[in-house]
Write a protein that binds this ligand. Sequence first.
Ligand SMILES: [Zn+2]
Length: 134
Amino acid sequence: MAKIRWLKPQFVESMPDSLEDGIFYISEKYRIALHNCACGCGREVSTPLGPTEFSVRVDNGAVTVRPSIGNHDYPCRSHYLITDGGIDWAGAMSREAIQAGRDHDRLLKRGAPQKRTIFEWLKDIWAGIRNYFK
Ligand SMILES: [Zn+2]
């Protein structure tokens, strides 16, 4: 499993059956981009494109993707940022941090459950942030 260091953008109409490592496939028609996970595990990572999803910019043949790509549901749990074609590793997010994020989303959507205090929330979020930068 070799880590991929650079991704080259390739504009396609529809996606090929198998992806090549190191290529970032972009289909403007289907508003989606695909690439093989940069950790080298060979899994396909799909990034839907759109104002509330991922934004992809290509400058002088170098691709930049925002926000970061977090493959939390894959065994490798890799997390990286693609900037000017280069991979910046962000470190694996811990389960707790992901869970804290999800709980937080739920909280925003449904209103606060009453069984936890704000202090406990802050403690969890702080633990998540610390793990994130480990
Ligand atoms: Zn991977």
